[in-house]
Design a protein around this ligand. Structure first.
Ligand code: NAP
Length: 308
């Protein structure tokens, strides 16, 4: 039997129990316990969901943490710079995100926001059909989420282009770096952001860049809220953008006073585009732990300078 692995996070008791059960099932050779039930001296690895950084600082022999979430900006900001952070990379999570991106892209392609508004006004008015092949979808961020989403969109017949920090070999046209953003946005009928929250991506979609989008373009933000300047978005919706589907916000939950809630050009979603699946995530964590125990090799860790 191996030394215990702890789970810690600022989640409900029921969620914590669910994680400990799933991790215990995935790691039958290892006791998995709540942090409060473990000897702090014996803890080398902590599995975390939005943990309290102070609690982790109290573990003298902690070697690395494995987050069960994909976004790690809070851990990057709060945890000691020399503590390796492994984030969740789960094919099931990417699949669910790809499904969400396809669903909401189809929502915009088929003009569903317009028909919902028309129904409320009892208005019978048919709009011309736009085929997926007539629409260019620009995917910002071609990581685990972005690549899967781009694949689903391409399969559905959309013309897909993408943007990342570094060049990529891909079967879509890829734009790279600061100079690649303008040509991508200028041709995107729908732009999908799957970018992480980093110092470089903060406020990236600002007034100037939103203006690069063509007349009638739609926007989907499923990456992180800090990437999009909401004041600039509201102006752009009055000018040339048709609709925005937002699942992530700089502050969550979105405050009740936000103008986004009842804006006719905005769909607000409560951060549900790709929820972590506890069972598959526990399997990913278990595989990573076993590999580390067998070889001493950590899974790919978050780059603390890049921020993702
Ligand atoms: P990832 O594999 O790390 O990919 C991030 C992508 O963004 C990479 O392609 C990276 O470029 C690109 N990128 C980062 N900074 C950039 C910059 N300054 N300029 C251009 N491109 C940049 O991350 P992932 O697993 O795909 O996840 C992406 C984000 O989705 C997460 O960080 C998380 O915040 C969010 N997410 C949201 C939900 C939800 O339910 N809404 C669920 C899961 C994840 P390179 O390839 O060149 O490095």
């Amino acid at each position: 039997m191996h030394s215990p692995i702890v789970f810690t996070g600022r989640v409900s008791d029921a969620e914590a129990r669910e994680w400990i059960e799933a991790l215990s099932a995935a790691l039958p050779e290892t006791p998995v316990v709540a942090l409060a039930d473990a000897d702090p001296q014996g803890i080398e690895v902590a599995i975390v969901a939005n943990p309290d950084p102070e609690v982790l600082r109290g573990l003298p022999n902690l070697k690395w943490v494995h987050s069960v979430w994909a976004g790690v900006e809070r851990l990057v900001a709060d945890l000691p710079a020399d503590l390796p952070i492994v984030r969740l990379i789960d094919p099931e999570l990417s699949r669910v995100m790809g499904e969400a991106v396809l669903a909401w892209t189809l929502y915009l392609q088929r003009d569903m926001p317009v028909y919902a508004r028309q129904q409320a006004l009892r208005r019978w008015e048919q709009r011309p059909y736009r085929a997926p092949s007539d629409l260019t979808v620009g995917v910002l961020g071609l990581g685990h989420m972005g690549r899967t989403a781009a694949g689903r969109l391409k399969q559905a017949g959309f013309h897909v282009i993408g943007w990342s920090r570094t060049p990529k070999a891909a079967d879509i046209e890829v734009y790279t770096g600061a100079e690649g953003l303008e040509p991508l946005l200028r041709q995107a009928d729908i732009v999908v952001s799957l970018l992480p929250a980093t110092p470089e991506t903060r406020g990236l979609l600002n007034a100037e860049r939103l203006n690069w989008l063509p007349q009638g373009a739609g926007l989907i933000n499923f990456g992180r809220g800090s990437v999009l300047d909401i004041d600039a978005l509201l102006v752009a919706l009055d000018r040339h953008l048709s609709h925005a589907v937002l699942d992530v916000f700089a502050r969550e939950p979105l405050e009740a006073a936000s103008p986004l809630w009842d804006h006719p050009g905005v769909t607000v979603l409560p951060h549900i585009s790709a929820p972590t699946h506890v069972r598959t995530a526990a399997g990913v964590v278990a595989d990573n732990l076993r590999r580390w125990r067998a070889t001493g090799d950590l899974p790919p860790v978050v780059d603390r300078v890049r921020g993702y």
